[in-house]
Design a protein around this ligand. Structure first.
Ligand code: NAD
Length: 436
């Protein structure tokens, strides 16, 4: 089966490479010429573990190719996936669907065969109706079905998630759509991944509901962490205590600096806009978005506190370890590190930083932060260290060396990756999240 993937970013490229690995013939399309040039040269435009080898193998096998030419790329494809970005629209927080609609228009104009058009981008409910209208309006004479197939992969573990998903949600309105999608995902039957056929609108809502629920779980434990800090409890113990209950589950119960990344912040916001439009408030999600928003700067203030308070902190310097919103990605979109760095700088605290993969994308977002070549260079002469992202590289820092290099042995661990007793015994003034 030939598949066209329009948009070759985190989702499109991973999905395209995985479909090719399943044995399909895949063309990844992107309007970004430099991205396509790099891909053709075997250079990955993003950091995602395992992706380079997966792409190389499938290119070599002749199943995966890249183009900027949509008309050429979709020719003969039975399924055309739309995997372009749906960022927050400037000003109002609605999902910006202009990229999705632009692709729909182009697809409609250039189809040369019957095809199922699949929205993989995260799009608000009823977007599929509009995509279908646009394609039909473009005057295509071919049979089409517009299907919603939201993506649930996580950056950093994207290939495993795509190949062994907990479920695949397919929102289709007719048999043509369902049959083609069954064929697209047939290789996953072997993994017994459940294929959920639902209505298109249900599929669209499912994606937002899933993200909002996960964001709620994170935000809930973060607030519990704050209470633990005030009363002398340990949020790690509490999280374990509730997470072992199967009805709750232990995942997404790690207290930290607040959720970030390319999905949760924008998707919770977009869902709230949808709820507003349909006069069907989602008050829990409203609270989640608000609480999470204020948490990021609160984490900056926590670091200032560790430096001795506002007055003492002014003129000092902090080494920030980790900039990406989570480990194993270079994605900096809405990372808590941005607000934390800003809060520090607003208080007159200088920041040096190190991140294994994120510095290239981080540098333009925080031009006043000095990027360093390794954690120890960032720490040298700093008045404190703040651990923002739990990269493996930071789990076993040479604490003796840190102590020697830093001006003061102050460590703020926003991911709770160190044991308080151990770090304090090593001579550090240590603070973490929710371990009062
Ligand atoms: P991205 O920004 O990494 O990639 C989007 C790509 O689409 C870019 O390369 C861009 O050049 C390309 N593009 C835009 N307009 C185009 C056009 N008209 N023709 C061809 N290419 C075009 O975005 P992403 O992170 O891959 O996200 C894509 C969608 O998937 C979003 O809706 C997002 O919410 C959703 N999603 C993302 C993740 C994630 O972890 N990143 C997970 C699940 C769902």
């Amino acid at each position: 089966m030939k598949i066209a993937m329009v948009g070759s970013g985190y989702v499109g490229l991973v999905s395209g490479a995985c479909f090719a690995d399943f044995g399909h013939e895949v063309v990844c399309i992107d309007k970004d010429q430099s991205k396509i040039d790099r891909l053709r040269d075997g250079v990955m435009p993003i950091y995602e573990p395992g992706l380079e080898a997966l792409v190389a193998n499938n290119v070599k096998a002749g199943r995966l190719s890249f183009t900027t030419d949509l008309a050429e790329g979709i020719g003969g494809a039975s399924a055309v996936f739309i995997a372009v970005g749906t960022p927050s629209r400037r000003g109002d927080g609605h999902a910006d669907l202009s990229f999705v609609y632009a692709v729909a228009r182009e697809v409609g104009e250039h189809l040369t065969n019957d095809a199922v058009v699949v929205t993989k981008s995260t799009v608000p409910v009823c977007t599929g109706d509009e995509v279908e209208r646009i394609i039909r309006e473009s005057g295509t004479r071919y049979r089409i079905a517009v299907v919603s197939n939201p993506e649930f992969l996580r950056e950093g573990a994207a290939i495993g998630d795509f190949k062994r998903p907990d479920r695949i949600v397919i929102g289709a309105e007719d048999d043509f759509g369902r049959e083609v999608m069954r064929e697209v995902y047939r290789p996953l039957f072997l993994n017994e991944s459940p294929l959920l056929f639902v209505s298109r609108r249900s599929a669209e809502i499912t994606k937002y509901a899933a993200n909002a629920f996960l964001a709620t779980k994170i935000t809930f434990i973060n607030e519990v962490a704050d209470l633990c800090e005030k009363v002398g409890g340990d949020v790690q113990d509490v999280a374990r205590g509730i997470g072992l209950d199967n009805r709750i589950g232990s995942k997404f119960l790690h207290a930290g600096p607040g959720y970030g990344g390319s999905c949760f912040p924008k998707d919770t916001l977009a869902l709230l806009k949808t709820a507003e439009d349909y006069d069907s408030p989602l008050r829990i999600v409203e609270a989640v978005a608000k609480v999470n928003d204020s948490r990021k700067r609160a984490m900056g203030r926590k670091v200032i506190e560790a430096l001795g308070g506002m007055d003492a902190a002014r003129g000092k310097r902090v080494a920030m370890l980790g900039l990406t919103f989570k480990p194993n990605t270079d994605d900096m979109r809405d990372s808590p590190s941005i607000a934390i760095a800003q809060t520090l700088m607003d208080a007159g605290v200088a920041v040096t930083a190190y991140d294994p993969e994120g510095m290239e994308l981080a540098a333009p977002l925080m031009p006043e932060v000095e990027m360093c070549k390794d954690p120890y260079t960032a720490i040298e002469g700093a008045d404190g260290v703040v651990l923002v992202t739990e990269w493996d590289a930071f789990r076993a820092l040479d604490l003796e060396r840190v102590k020697q290099l830093a001006k003061a042995p102050v460590l703020v661990d926003l991911r709770n990756i160190y044991k308080p007793d151990f770090v304090r015994a090593a001579g550090f003034e240590y603070s973490s999240v929710g371990r009062g």
